[in-house]
Design a protein around this ligand. Structure first.
Ligand code: NAP
Ligand code: ZN
Ligand code: ZN
Length: 384
């Protein structure tokens, strides 16, 4: 399957309106003369190669850009899917990383939202067309022309691909940069930029709150954030996990009940009982088991993006007028709203800090579900 409609992976942003004709033409031809500098990054040249040190170019900030020294970067399962070309659209070299928190080190002369020394964050997008219906509605992730992903999208400035947060620094238009609440731990805030917003947005969209019974399937980086956020929104939260080691721990995260999904008797307890289910599983699994948990008119939103299609039985949907939907990250204003919400409720990710050169081992552990619950790279380790 080719994931051509997934702008996390391959957004084709043909917007060149912020560039001069000359630099736009150069970008298209891949021979840009835009001033830039070399920075250290970690990435890969092939689907089956290990990630390793890789120099990349970052453009000199234009008037609306900020330059961010990256302090921490979360490790999302999408990084792994992309690095290994599991969505069949990766352009190499690939530098993953879209859960970025850092410090502003320089600003263009038209920048108004940030000053040097501020903490700042970047999530899954660094640009969009900014003029289509969806961009105007704050739904830049669904931009008609495709948003510009933080990595693996065409970079209209430099004529290469965009390169993500496994790097020393990044240059981004301030419109796509977020403020970080001051009360939150910086490293544990990084995962909010993807895992946080990807779960907050559907929970909000499907009106999760008091009186609603919500299922969360797959307690990894996204799933554990969904539990914390849905609980803070006032819902009753039931976790569905394949990992016995997460049963007790999910209660610590805030779950009201935890179901070991391999146990048919435990699953039967919630048949047709839930208003909403958020599925954050990264691999093949039987989606029908979870559709059958929904009440009449209930909705299941898929945020997990496994490599292969998930077969849906008609009778998982028809008899209870159930809805099967998907959701992708969240818009820029909504991401800022999510950060404020997390600041107010003191919500951050549960993290395990790693060094940059431990990333290959971290990917293997991610595949085994062996992280509670998000790896975050201490980017100081890339400098030394
Ligand atoms: P993760 O930390 O690896 O968590 C995935 C979880 O899925 C695991 O912890 C495990 O939970 C469960 N799981 C894994 N393999 C399974 C299997 N074979 N059968 C059943 N359950 C399994 O991954 P993540 O970073 O949270 O990302 C989850 C998915 O969302 C990925 O596919 C990622 O690409 C996608 N994603 C989508 C968006 C979007 O915008 N829609 C944004 C970010 C990420 P248990 O141990 O609890 O069973
Ligand atoms: Zn992600
Ligand atoms: Zn647009």
């Amino acid at each position: 399957m080719e994931f051509t409609t997934n702008p996390i992976l391959i957004s084709i942003n043909s917007s060149i309106k912020n560039l001069s004709m000359e630099s736009a033409k150069a970008a298209v031809e891949g021979t840009t003369s835009v001033p830039s500098k070399e920075v250290k990054a970690f990435g890969t040249d092939a689907a089956d190669a290990r990630l390793d040190l890789l120099p990349i170019q970052r453009r000199t900030p234009t008037p609306h850009d900020v330059e961010i020294e990256i302090l921490y970067c979360g490790v999302c399962h999408s990084d792994l899917h992309t690095a290994r070309n599991e969505w069949h659209g990766t352009v190499y070299p690939c530098v993953p990383g879209h859960e970025i928190v850092g410090k502003i080190v320089s600003v263009g002369n038209h920048v108004t939202k940030f000053k040097v020394g501020d903490h700042a964050a970047v999530g899954c997008m660094v640009d969009s067309c900014r003029e289509c219906e969806y961009c105007n509605d704050g739904l830049e992730q669904y931009c008609e022309k495709g948003n510009t992903g933080t990595y693996n999208s065409p970079d209209v400035h430099l004529g290469t691909q965009t390169y993500g947060g496994y790097s020393e620094s990044i240059v981004v238009d301030e419109s796509f940069v977020l403020h970080v609440p001051e009360n939150l731990d910086l490293a544990a805030t990084a995962p909010l930029l993807c895992a946080g917003i990807t779960t907050y947005s559907p929970l909000r969209h499907w009106n999760v709150g008091p009186g609603k019974k919500v299922g969360v399937v797959g307690i990894g980086g996204l799933g554990h954030m969904a539990v914390k956020i849905a609980k803070a929104m006032g819902a009753e939260v039931i976790v569905f996990t394949t990992s016995t080691s997460k049963v007790e721990d999910a209660k610590r995260l805030g779950a009201d009940d935890v179901v070991l999904s391999k146990d048919k008797a435990q699953m039967a307890k919630y048949k047709s009982k839930l208003h909403f289910v958020l599925d954050a599983v990264s691999a093949e699994h039987d989606i029908n088991l979870y559709l059958n948990l929904l009440r009449v008119d209930g909705s299941l939103a898929l945020v997990g993006a496994p490599e292969h299609p998930l077969p849906v039985a008609a009778f998982s949907l028809i008899p209870s007028r159930r809805n099967f939907a998907g959701s992708m990250i969240g818009g820029i204003a909504e991401t800022q709203e999510m950060l404020e919400f997390c600041g107010k409720h003191n919500i951050v990710a549960d993290i395990e800090m790693i060094k940059m050169d431990e990333i290959n081992e971290a990917y293997e552990r991610l595949l085994k579900g062996d992280v509670k619950y998000r790896f975050v790279i201490d980017m100081a380790s890339l400098k030394n």
